[in-house]
Ligand binder design. Structure first.
Ligand code: MTE
Ligand code: MO
Length: 256
């Protein structure tokens, strides 16, 4: 059991919860996961229900010190512009290549769906928002783990800035490769869930998801989606079909 029960009221507030959002999130505590009903996804139910029942929603994942930072492999897509990779996206590979040539100065994160203010944010816009730096352990489903320092803006802050609507339940991360995933609002507003643009004190390197990736410290590694280009906020669950985790035989909910 990881030591992650250091919840304070302040943490919850830093998470940016509005009164309405708080009520909505409390509602999640006893919900079944959205994959409920699929025979092959029954493992999700147990993990999700157990986690939501046993852990306070905003309990922090363990944070480490600088001396714990380790070497860190790059896994899955390591360059979305590389059309030789089976996971490249035919539409977005050239777009990514062009953005990279310009050092991502023209990169815009797009926010759409159940928000009052859909729009775009440049990297400088995101860097002007309140930043959080955390040293955490990434745990991959393949059996390795590694520690790194991540810097970014809490996803909850960006969702609030975009005016997330009370009907919203999930946030999907759309990427420059053929990979995507989504999380519920309890994880989206977790204080350690970041849109990260920095790793170990430098700009996030391309092999690790640059210019922008998600860090979801409450779940296993594949939920920390790299190469994010768009946030889609939605009211109903969507397993993302051929681009989602389930296509790999992975659980939608993979809490650690
Ligand atoms: N867009 C995208 N995100 C991704 C992946 C990927 O292939 N594409 N791989 C996932 C997996 S399985 C892991 S373990 C981590 C790896 O992150 P790293 O390359 O920084 O080690 O990213 C996750 N996010
Ligand atoms: Mo992974």
């Amino acid at each position: 059991m990881p030591p992650r029960l250091r919840l304070t009221r302040r943490d919850a507030l830093i998470g940016g919860l509005t009164a309405a959002g708080g009520m909505l999130l409390t509602g999640c505590a006893t919900d079944l996961p959205p994959t409920y009903g699929h025979l092959l996804r029954m493992g999700d139910n147990l993990t999700y229900v157990a986690h939501r029942a046993l852990l306070p929603g905003q309990a922090l994942a363990r944070e480490y010190s600088r001396g714990d930072i380790s070497s860190f492999p790059a896994i899955g897509t390591t360059n979305p512009a590389d059309t030789a990779l089976p996971t490249h996206h035919p539409e977005f590979a050239p777009v990514y290549a062009e953005l990279r040539r310009g050092d991502f100065a023209d990169f815009r994160l797009d926010i759409a769906g159940s928000v009052a203010r859909p729009g775009t944010y440049s990297l400088s816009d995101l860097k002007r928002m309140p930043a959080r730096t955390q040293i955490t352990r990434h745990v991959c489903e393949e059996g390795w783990s590694a520690v790194a320092e991540w810097t970014g803006v809490p996803l909850g802050h960006v969702l609030q800035a975009a005016g997330i609507l009370p009907t919203a339940r999930y946030v999907t991360f759309q990427t420059f490769d053929r990979f995507g995933d989504n999380i519920d609002l309890l994880d989206a507003f977790h204080p350690q869930t970041l849109l990260a643009y920095g790793m170990n004190g430098r700009d996030l390197p391309v092999p690790h998801g640059g210019p922008l990736r998600v860090r979801v410290e409450t779940q296993i590694g594949y939920k920390s989606v790299k190469y994010v280009r768009r946030l889609l906020v939605h009211d109903a669950f969507d397993d993302l079909g051929a681009n989602g985790p389930i296509r790999n035989g992975w659980s939608w909910y993979a809490g650690i």
